[in-house]
Design a protein around this ligand. Structure first.
Ligand code: ZN
Ligand code: ZN
Ligand code: ZN
Length: 479
């Protein structure tokens, strides 16, 4: 938990000064909030935006494992709009004049009352998307981003119905549309109207081109009456559509929080945390923790699953009579120690040489809902010369894939194993465990040279360390 004593500072890129400056997060928050939401909104809505801004800052900050600003490489966050809209305190003074003190106090109050709070999902800081007005329902992330984000799900929202952006109309000339898309619409000869279904249809013309009868809506009129009514000069006429009217509902990409909706829930007495939990599916809101260099994976929860076990399930047996069940258990125990030293909470699915069915291993993991689940195994093949390491993840488990790559690269570098790659599999545990899961085939126990390495007690420790290094690196670069 946050001890409240330290304020975190991050490196920001300031466009006006064209330089990198250190800014305290707490001090930067009100300026970002001021630029991103209508200051006249309810305090609880302003508090929502404050938590959104803080979540975005912590997510980017390198000290918390973020990637920083993708445009200004040395900065954690930029103040030119790319990382989020921003306005300086000085500019706010000019903009708000006599209202400045009152508004600024409101921003500080929102900061104070949400101190250190950020939104997380599975213990990771979320990408806090928001928009002005959803217009009836927010959207699923895959419709906007092309990938599925678990907490950015569609929710119904009629709360924003009074937003000035609920409905908007924009008219564009067809030649503007032609120009924008670099296309040419079919031009109509001016004395030959095209039928526009349900609006205007030509029924009869004489050989001279004069309209005798015309259908307008569901009425059939004489050409002369039509001309008189509209004040047209002649019954020799044509028509073509030159303006298209677009009607839009809502404003913005529609992901995450709908600001006008949030404000109206606040008007009805809703509190900031409830509002955020309504728009971001399944999130938690908690105080962020100060990064600890010595404990880089502080509070991460990892379940390690040593493969096989007991008399009835020994796994592979090598030429020197080493058994897979024993090696996987000693790697798991060593890995537990390594990870605990780095600050993680580690649970093993078995701690002794006992038989445990896969279903109860899965149950253990699903009850704990760890950050990661890792099964440890030794491989086998008929050809004793084959050696190397493989790591499997379930199809679509993006985090698993990224983590597997960090681990296998570290093993390759530190143990000089043959990297046989990160692969997809639908093993029972990968499929059944609901969090990201990996299955590591550490080495081929059928290869006597590889097996001999395990006769040395230190070797499982070295393996455990290289896996732990991969895990640490993953969390360092996690977004
Ligand atoms: Zn940026
Ligand atoms: Zn809405
Ligand atoms: Zn196995």
């Amino acid at each position: 938990m946050n001890n409240g004593k330290n304020s975190v500072s991050i490196k920001v890129y300031d466009k006006k000064r064209n330089s990198l400056v250190n800014r305290q997060i707490d001090e930067l928050i009100p300026e970002l909030v001021a630029a991103q939401i209508n200051i006249d909104f309810q305090l609880e809505a302003i508090k929502c935006q404050t938590i959104i801004v803080r979540t975005a800052l912590i997510r980017k900050a390198r000290a918390f494992g973020g990637k920083g600003c993708s445009k200004h490489k040395e900065a954690d966050f930029c103040l030119e709009g790319h990382c989020g809209k921003w306005i300086s305190k000085e500019e706010l003074k000019k903009k708000w004049e006599k209202d400045f003190d009152r508004n600024w106090e409101k921003l500080l109050k929102a900061e104070e009352e949400t101190k250190y709070l950020v939104m997380t999902f599975n213990n990771k800081v979320i990408d806090p998307r928001f928009h002005s007005t959803c217009g009836g329902a927010t959207d699923n992330s895959e419709n906007v981003d092309d990938y599925n984000t678990a907490y950015l799900r569609k929710v119904l929202c009629n709360y924003c119905i009074d937003s000035p952006c609920w409905k908007n109309i924009k008219e564009l000339n067809t030649d503007e549309i032609e120009e924008k898309f670099n296309v040419r619409f079919k031009k109509l000869s001016s004395l030959n109207g095209a039928n526009i279904e349900g609006m205007i249809e030509e029924i009869e013309r004489d050989e001279e081109g004069r309209v005798k009868k015309i259908k307008v809506g569901d009425k059939i009129l004489k050409g002369t009456d039509f001309c008189e009514c509209l004040g047209l000069d002649s019954t020799r006429f044509g028509w073509e559509p030159v303006v298209l009217r677009f009607e839009t509902r809502g404003k913005g990409h529609g992901l995450g929080l709908c600001q006008y909706g949030a404000n109206s829930i606040a008007e009805q007495g809703g509190k900031a945390q409830e509002i955020l939990k309504y728009y971001y599916t399944g999130i938690d809101i908690k105080k962020y923790e100060m990064p600890d260099r010595n404990r880089p994976i502080n509070n991460k929860v990892i379940v390690i699953d040593p493969g096989h076990g007991g008399e009835e399930n020994v796994g592979v047996i090598g030429q020197h009579k080493l058994m897979e069940k024993d090696i996987s258990l000693s790697i798991a125990l060593d890995l537990k120690r390594e990870l605990e030293d780095l600050g993680a909470k580690v649970i093993l699915t078995r701690e002794d040489d006992v038989y445990i069915p896969l279903s109860s291993r899965a149950r253990t993991a699903n009850k704990i809902r760890p950050n990661f689940f890792i099964s440890i195994h030794m491989n086998s093949f008929t050809n004793p010369n084959i050696s190397g390491t493989e790591i499997y993840h379930y199809r679509g488990d993006k985090e698993g894939e990224v983590m597997a790559n960090f681990i296998i690269k570290n093993m390759e570098k530190e143990l000089r194993i043959v990297n046989k790659g990160v692969k997809i599999a639908d093993f029972y545990l990968l499929k059944t465990v609901t969090t990201s899961a990996l299955h590591i085939e550490v080495e081929y126990l059928t290869n006597p040279e590889e097996e001999r390495k395990f006769l040395n007690n230190d070797y499982t420790k070295r393996i455990a360390r290289s896996i732990a290094n991969g895990i640490t690196e993953y969390y360092k670069y996690q977004i």
